[in-house]
Ligand binder design. Structure first.
Ligand SMILES: [Zn+2]
Length: 655
């Protein structure tokens, strides 16, 4: 096993200097240069490395040269084209506790009566500045004193409130995040949610900022340090103003905080957003402390370090159904308590966007997930001896049927609908969905290899005698298999379609589609890609997959239903979709909410939103139904009702 300098990432050892030996070539000077360079890239655009990797460099330098000037300034000068604006109160860096010992040390020093503990969101900080309750500007972290003004982009984000219902003057702080679901559905080419969020919030055209949310954790009133009594009151106040607030709890005992960190660490994989630890604050607000570069009365209590560096030696392509997924094989490395040698590379785009080659030094992470993944390149010099030798070879033909593989960017796959591997996978999925446990892997394989079963519907023509012969099992066992296959079942439409194994289309996605009104098989089959893509959160690729899948499996589906054993349950009456079948178009500004918010509300209630006035539009929402604007005119010409914002709100049921 090849030992690399930063390989031992056991957080319990992090306070011991000997765990951070300088690698050959990794002198104090190179560390300082690296930290400066990463800070510049972090504050001026997309982060090149994760916070945890950065922290590792930071901590190493802190051990080697505690008084290095690099450790005592925040960020770099912002360089890009956004106007600059000053923060109300400097956005300092947080001190960090990497393990319980370090946390206990801090707790003993500060001795808070009450600990206020919040999730530490892994996103990008943003300060909203209000004057008399009106949002004036939104400022990124920048160098901690001055940041980029991205107000226009911020207005498009969920959770950013343009006008408060009180005349508050001051700042509200939060973290701009992208949920894992959004990342999964639309931004998988980005290494993680944080990178994706960072990139979007800095786009000049603001495109995609609707996919971001602001989750708040702090507030300060301008010129009035006593406006908030303490840290907990801030949280209550933020909630009362309608802000989304990061999960907050209070404890009176340091050990309870430590236990809570363990608890949260276990749940983090199932949270909707990435978090990388807890922020622990003294409940007492100390404004003088908050103005420091590194406030002392709060600390980031991070999760155990879960990143390690290694060298990519080869890439294996794991086959599941028709999809070929790249798996990186790296030099064995210790990560979160286990030895890791294989890490997920997601898809071809990931390999290309990282510029990975065989021999690249990579960072392997495991953030709560079970399977580690290669998240990016390791920082320069982190793995001595890394030498990029050749491009990563991609398979070109399907191992099962010889068809040329298609590189769809986020997926490399065999496009042959009749590919045996794809069909076997589909049947296996169906058996799993219906939980026909008696029909084991081996028997299924035999039935498939002998071509007795070539589609799901063939399961329903199997006889006891055939099964008995195949498995050489007794009549009794064979009868049991058949009995289970032939058990009458009424599946929901979502479960039925998901059972036919369209790539990446699970029951949850199908439930959304069904909820959007495509609630019978006929309606689904009649839907176009464009119509399905309109379903909130679906996107073009998934919509295409569903359409193609429905086409390819149509005959098999019909046969399954015709066998009379499996049926599709009728949709339950739905009261949550009052706008189903209705479409809305907006013209002009709304006074009570942003257009993006209005769109989301319409979609959440089952309606659709059109960007232009089309013939079958249900309503045009306009600030002035009397005006002669071109949209108004078109709507009138086609006899489409023009409604005011008030009437629109009434339809939403919110007025
Ligand atoms: Zn194939």
């Amino acid at each position: 096993m090849k030992k690399t300098p930063t390989q031992d990432t056991n957080p319990a050892n992090r306070h011991e200097p000997k765990e951070f030996p300088a690698a050959p070539g990794q002198t104090v000077e190179t560390l300082e240069a690296q930290i400066r360079a990463y800070q510049a890239s972090y504050y001026n655009g997309e982060a090149e490395i994760s916070d945890q990797e950065f922290d590792l460099l930071w901590d190493t330098l802190k051990q080697l040269k505690p008084n290095s000037p690099v450790l005592h300034r925040i960020g770099a000068d912002a360089l890009d084209g956004f106007p600059k604006a000053r923060h109300l109160i400097p956005m300092g860096s947080q001190d960090k506790a990497a393990n319980p010992e370090e946390f206990r040390e801090w707790a003993a020093k500060i001795a808070p009566e009450t600990f206020v503990v919040q999730y530490k969101l892994d996103g990008a900080s943003l300060e909203l500045q209000y004057e008399q309750g009106k949002l004036l500007r939104a400022i990124t972290r920048g160098d901690g004193l001055v940041g980029d003004e991205i107000t226009r982009n911020a207005r498009r984000m969920a959770g950013v409130i343009p006008e408060l219902n009180i005349p508050f003057t001051g700042g509200v702080r939060g973290e701009v995040v992208m949920t894992r679901q959004v990342w999964q559905e639309r931004y998988r080419e980005k290494a993680n949610c944080r990178n994706a969020a960072n990139g979007l919030m800095r786009r000049k055209d603001g495109e995609g900022c609707e996919d971001l949310s602001l989750i708040c954790y702090d507030a300060a009133a301008a010129g009035d340090d006593r406006y908030f009594q303490d840290e907990l009151e801030k949280v209550h106040w933020l909630k009362a103003q309608g802000f989304r607030v990061t999960e907050t709890k209070t404890f009176t005992d340091a050990e309870a905080v430590i236990a809570y960190r363990e608890e949260v660490a276990e749940q983090r994989a199932s949270l909707p957003v990435d978090i990388d630890g807890l922020v622990v604050k003294d409940r007492k607000t100390d404004m003088a402390d908050l103005r420091r570069d590194r406030p002392e009365r709060q600390i980031a209590f991070k999760f155990a370090l879960e990143v390690a560096y290694s060298i990519l030696r080869t890439v294996e392509w794991s086959e599941s159904g028709s999809t070929y997924t790249p798996i990186g094989v790296v030099d064995p490395v210790r990560l979160a308590g286990t030895t890791v040698q294989r890490a997920n590379l997601n898809n071809p785009d990931m390999i290309r966007s990282l510029g990975l080659k065989i021999g690249s030094a990579v960072s392997v992470v495991k953030r709560g997930e079970i399977i580690p993944k290669i998240e990016g390149l390791a920082p320069a010099g982190a793995v001595p001896g890394a030498l990029e030798t050749q491009d990563i070879p991609f398979p070109t033909t399907c191992g099962s049927c010889g068809t040329l593989l298609e590189d769809g960017g986020t997926r490399l796959y065999c496009p042959n609908p009749g590919c045996p591997k794809r069909i076997l996978h589909r049947i296996q999925k169906w058996v799993a969905v219906l939980d026909i446990r008696e029909l084991g892997e081996k028997l299924l394989r035999q039935l498939f290899d002998t071509k007795r079963i070539q589609g799901i519907s063939d399961l329903y023509t199997l006889t006891k005698e055939e099964v008995a012969e195949f498995e050489r099992m007794g009549d009794l066992s064979a009868a049991k298999v058949i009995r289970h296959i032939r058990t009458q079942r009424a599946l929901s439409l979502a479960a039925f379609v998901a059972g036919f194994d369209f790539e990446g289309v699970g029951e949850t996605i199908m439930e959304k589609v069904v909820a959007a009104g495509f609630n019978t098989l006929d309606k689904l089959r009649a839907a176009s890609v464009e119509e399905l893509a309109e379903v909130y959160g679906l996107g073009d690729i998934t919509a295409q997959t569903i359409c193609t899948g429905l086409e390819e499996t149509a005959a098999d589906m019909d046969k399954v239903l015709a066998a009379g054993i499996i049926s599709i349950a009728p949709p339950p009456p739905d009261t949550t979709q009052p706008l189903r079948g209705l479409s809305f178009c907006f013209t002009g500004e709304l006074s009570t909410m942003k257009r993006s918010e209005a769109s989301q509300k319409v979609k959440a209630l089952g309606g659709t939103v059109k960007s232009t006035v089309v013939k079958d539009l249900s309503f045009l929402v306009t600030p002035d139904p009397e005006s002669g604007s071109s949209k108004n005119k078109k709507a009138r010409d086609w006899g489409i009702p023009l409604i005011s914002e008030e009437q629109f709100l009434a339809k939403l049921g919110t007025s």
